[in-house]
Design a protein around this ligand. Structure first.
Ligand SMILES: NC(=O)c1ccc[n+]([C@@H]2O[C@H](COP(=O)([O-])OP(=O)(O)OC[C@H]3O[C@@H](n4cnc5c(N)ncnc54)[C@H](OP(=O)(O)O)[C@@H]3O)[C@@H](O)[C@H]2O)c1
Length: 276
């Protein structure tokens, strides 16, 4: 028995429990992953900016029987990361899911550069810093898992979401490299690369999504792939889009993604960023 009073059991909790850290847990994919982990018997550290929404997720985790700690804060700031690291310090954390992130769309030159810098800080810098902080703890305990949120857009340049795609290429590359470094030390690293998912993401990124996957499907397929694959493309749409793009040379994929993103990028970001 561990400090939660429950046995390790089998499955995900047996492999990676008892505690998991989930960033971006207040909404969307991170929230769906947190709720799936709670149903698997994990205790959870939940991070995000909105205390109210984190508290609502925490209530559902408690109802599932797990312990829960809520850490509200801006993870694009060192103070926010430090609060998370401090809260997790005394806990036996075996799984780290870094889902906090956001996107932008439209003409790069029309974007607000401070907003874009904020995106690099959250999508890239905070992911690097949190991975660098938690990975040694997982290595020290001899087993663990790290899930990084990549995207369908990570595998080629994407006009009209050029900078967001670049941040996800960073995450994808980091996950692929770390997977090989950490596997011999008992730590599974997974990149999850969904296509469009119906969350709060599109509104913040000023994107319009036609078809979109449910976050619960992304959560389920992502968790099922941990320890089995290096990259998972959760949901039907990501598999379909990947299947159509994979045979093309990289420049061809850029052209296709340009057409796709023209149809999704928000208006008001430049005269070219209209729906096609
Ligand atoms: N939705 C998609 O189509 C899609 C596709 C591929 C990949 N992804 C990736 O999946 C991840 C999750 O996205 P989502 O679709 O779940 O979006 P979402 O519904 O907007 O959720 C984003 C989460 O990140 C948190 N967050 C945002 N800024 C933060 C900050 N500065 N500090 C701390 N937490 C912050 C949000 O909480 P607060 O607002 O409370 O801070 C929320 O919990 C992202 O990395 C995204 O790039 C999404």
């Amino acid at each position: 028995m561990d400090q939660t009073g429950r046995g390790a059991g089998s499955g995900l909790r047996g492999r990676y429990g008892p505690w998991a850290v989930v960033t971006g847990a207040s909404d969307g994919i991170g929230k769906a992953i947190a709720l799936s982990l709670a149903a698997e018997g994990f205790s959870l550290v939940l991070a995000g900016r909105s205390r109210d929404r984190l508290d609502a997720v925490a209530s559902a985790v408690s109802a599932a029987g797990g312990q829960v700690i809520v850490v509200p804060g801006d993870l694009a700031r060192q103070a926010g990361l430090n609060a998370l690291f401090e809260a997790a310090a005394p806990l036996d954390v075996g799984l780290v899911v870094l889902a906090a992130g956001f996107g932008s769309s439209g003409a790069f030159l029309d974007g607000d550069v401070d907003h874009e810098r904020e995106m690099v800080r959250l999508n890239c810098e905070s992911v690097m810093l949190a991975t660098h902080h938690f990975a040694p703890r997982l290595v020290a305990r001899g087993r663990g898992g790290i899930i990084l949120m990549s995207s369908l857009v990570a595998f080629q340049g994407v006009p009209w979401a050029a900078h967001y795609a670049a941040t996800k290429a960073y995450v994808q590359s980091l996950a692929e490299g770390l997977r090989r470094e950490l596997a011999p030390r008992g730590v599974d690293v997974l990149a999850s690369a969904p296509g469009p998912v119906s969350t709060g993401f599109a509104t913040r990124a000023t994107m319009t999504m036609g078809k979109a996957e449910r976050p619960e499907v992304v959560a389920r397929q992502t968790l099922a792939a941990l320890g089995r694959q290096g990259t998972v493309r959760p949901g039907f749409l990501s598999k379909l889009l990947h299947g159509s793009l994979a045979p093309l040379p990289r420049w061809g994929r850029v052209l296709i993604m340009e057409k796709v993103m023209r149809g999704m990028a928000g208006r008001g970001h430049g005269e070219n960023a209209v729906r096609g």
